[in-house]
Design a protein around this ligand. Structure first.
Ligand SMILES: Cc1cc2nc3c(=O)[nH]c(=O)nc-3n(C[C@H](O)[C@H](O)[C@H](O)COP(=O)(O)OP(=O)(O)OC[C@H]3O[C@@H](n4cnc5c(N)ncnc54)[C@H](O)[C@@H]3O)c2cc1C
Length: 344
């Protein structure tokens, strides 16, 4: 397979300007195959007339490959509906016709606040994602999407591995079993990076040997047969990149983004979720605002938590010990309401 270097010249800076924490990764030179670059050029040059609603801001970046991590990308390749589609379907349930934009925003906010979710299922979006296999394993847990993945039974995987930047090479967190702590430094950081790189390259070299074929499609030894692709792939490291088309509806996209753009999610999947948040904003700006307000920025408070907050507002002194909450839940509640002096 011929690989051409494709230096990203589009408006990625402006596209990603609001995406926190991922700019450094985006600067990496993204590789697209010649076929992919050509496909993007062809798709972007086409212009189809339609009677359907379109989202002007999303149209501007349709098909564009927005860089993620060192070799990955996110592309929006298709979508159906916009904010008005949600309103239209919601009004069916109320038996009223479409109204003004201001009332549309009010209705969308109402739907979001009250978990009236089915109108959000009326919009759909399809992405083309390139991502490391270990991130794909987390992603695939979101079952309410349609997925079609690059077949490593049929084709040879690209010789591309994710290697974290130095500031993302962190030690195991001591307080959270599922998280990262301080960044590794000096010799140890160098050693870890070398290990990651060497292991990936060594197993990829063995992959080529087993296939009897190099990643560029050339044969290694004319006198040998190559092992089946479906078997040769099994030794590859999990930082090898894969690709898929991922189609979902707006409701399930928001569920995905709420979980994966959150600081509890692993950094690498957050990079993708942050880019997709930006596409959400371009696609359905009113829904995006409601989503950021009620879901991302909002907080769920338990019944016990509400009692504690009410007492605190009244000036009563509450201690964790007699709150009925566990230490962890107490701290989460205090953090959510910026009551840091009450953290245990
Ligand atoms: C920070 C974080 C840490 C995680 N850690 C782990 C971990 O350690 N181990 C692990 O295994 N997973 C882990 N997960 C994955 C997590 O448990 C979910 O599987 C994942 O987030 C997908 O969420 P979902 O089921 O809501 O999404 P989807 O599969 O898209 O489902 C959306 C919604 O549809 C409904 N639904 C879909 N399918 C079914 C079904 N079969 N039955 C009933 N309802 C259904 C549910 O209401 C669900 O919320 C983690 C996720 C996050 C964000």
């Amino acid at each position: 397979m011929v690989i051409t270097k494709f230096v990203y010249r589009h408006s990625w800076k402006t596209n990603l300007i609001n995406i926190k924490g991922i700019i450094r990764d985006s600067i990496a030179i993204m590789k697209l195959t010649r076929e992919q670059s050509e496909e993007i050029r062809n798709q972007q040059s086409q212009s189809n007339k339609t009677k359907r609603v379109t989202a002007p801001e999303l149209e501007k970046i349709l098909y564009e490959a927005m860089p993620a991590l060192d070799h990955g990308f996110v592309r929006v390749v298709d979508y159906m509906g916009d904010d008005t589609s949600i309103v239209q379907s919601a009004r069916v349930s109320y038996g009223k016709g479409t109204k003004q934009v201001s009332t549309d925003a009010g209705l969308i906010k109402y739907l979001m606040r009250h978990w009236h979710s089915t109108p959000f299922e009326m919009c759909e979006i399809k992405y083309h994602i390139k991502l490391p296999i270990f991130i794909a394993r987390q992603w695939i847990r979101h079952r309410t999407a349609n997925v079609n993945e690059y077949s490593a039974r049929y084709s040879i995987l690209d010789k591309e591995f994710y290697l974290p930047t130095s500031e993302n090479l962190a030690a195991q967190s001591t307080s959270n079993r599922q998280g990262r702590g301080d960044v590794l430094e000096g010799e140890q950081a160098k050693e870890v990076l070398e290990l990651l790189k060497n292991d990936a390259e060594r197993t990829y070299g063995n992959y080529e040997t087993m296939l009897n074929e190099r990643y560029d499609g050339s044969t290694i030894d004319e006198n040998k047969k190559g092992l089946a692709r479906e078997l040769a792939r099994m030794n590859l490291t999990l930082n090898t990149y894969t690709q898929w088309y991922w189609k979902t509806d707006l409701l399930n996209l928001m569920n995905f983004l709420r979980l994966r753009a959150d600081h509890h999610a692993q950094y690498e999947i957050r990079v993708y979720a942050d880019i997709m948040l930006d596409t959400l904003k371009k696609w359905v700006p009113i829904t995006y605002e409601a989503f950021m307000n009620y879901r991302v920025g909002g907080t769920e408070v338990s019944a016990k938590g509400k009692i504690i907050l009410k007492k605190l507002i009244k000036g009563e002194n509450i201690l964790m010990e007699n709150s009925g909450l566990s230490k962890r839940e107490w701290n989460e509640l205090m953090e959510a309401f910026d009551l840091k002096d009450k953290l245990i």
